[in-house]
Design a binder for this molecule. Structure first.
Ligand code: HEM
Length: 176
C-alpha cells in the first residue's frame, strides 16, 4: 500500500514537472519566437530580453527538467526494486510498451543533457549580455544579443523535438 502511494506520488511529480518543462519549451518555440520574428527588430529584441531578464524562465526550465528526469529515474529504480521488472520489461507493460517507455526515457535524458549542456550556458550568456546592455543597447551589444538569441532559438528547436517525442512515447507505452 505504502509502496503504491510512493509510486503514485513520484508519477504525479514526474507528470506535473514534465507538463511545465514541455509547456515552457513549446511556448518559447511556438509563441515567443514567432512574436520575436514578427515584431520590428528592436521591439522583438526588447521583448525577448525582458522576458528572459524578468520572468525567471531561466530558473523554471532547469528546475522542471531536473525534477522530471530525477522522478523518472527514481521511478525506474523503484519499479526495479519492487520486483516490477522482468529483464528489460516492466511487468505491467507489454514488451513493446516497455521498449517504447525506455526509448522515451532515453530521449528525455537526452533533452535534459542538451538543456543543461547547451541551452543553459547559452541562456546564461544571453542574460549577461541583456543585463549589461539594459534598456538601451549599443549597436554592438544589440548585434551580440541577436546572434546569441538566434543560437538559443536553434537549440530550443532541438530540445523541444526531443521533449515532445519523449512525451508521445511515454504517454503511449501503456497502450502498446
Ligand atoms: C521530456 C521528458 C519526459 C516526459 C514529457 C515524460 C512524460 C511522462 C508521462 C506523461 C508519463 C505517464 C504515462 C502513463 O502513465 O501513461 C510518464 C511515465 C513514466 N516516465 Fe516519463 N517523461 C519524461 C522523461 C522521463 C525520463 C528521463 C525517465 C527516466 C529515466 C522517465 C521515466 C518514466 C517512467 C518509469 C514512467 C512510468 C511510470 C508508471 O508507469 O508508473 N520519464 N512519463
Amino acid at each position: 500500500m505504502i509502496f503504491d502511494t510512493i509510486h503514485a506520488l513520484l508519477r504525479l511529480i514526474h507528470i506535473l514537472a514534465a507538463v511545465g518543462w514541455v509547456g515552457f519549451g513549446v511556448f518559447l518555440v511556438l509563441f515567443v519566437d514567432q512574436a520575436y520574428k514578427r515584431l520590428p527588430q528592436e521591439k522583438g529584441r526588447q521583448f525577448v530580453a525582458n522576458l528572459f531578464r524578468y520572468s525567471k524562465i531561466d530558473v523554471a526550465m532547469p528546475i522542471t527538467s531536473l525534477t522530471t528526469t530525477l522522478a523518472g529515474i527514481l521511478m525506474y529504480i523503484y519499479i526495479y526494486a519492487q520486483d516490477g521488472m522482468d529483464g528489460p520489461r516492466i511487468i505491467y507493460l507489454s514488451e513493446a510498451g516497455s521498449y517504447i517507455l525506455a526509448l522515451g526515457a532515453l530521449l528525455g535524458i537526452g533533452a535534459f543533457g542538451h538543456g543543461a549542456g547547451a541551452l543553459g550556458p547559452r541562456t546564461k550568456r544571453y542574460l549577461e549580455l541583456a543585463n549589461a546592455a539594459g534598456d538601451n543597447p549599443s549597436e554592438e551589444q544589440a548585434a551580440q544579443m541577436d546572434a546569441q538569441y538566434a543560437d538559443i532559438a536553434r537549440h530550443s528547436n532541438i530540445s523541444v523535438i526531443m521533449m515532445v517525442l519523449a512525451l508521445v512515447l511515454m504517454a503511449s507505452a501503456r497502450y502498446a
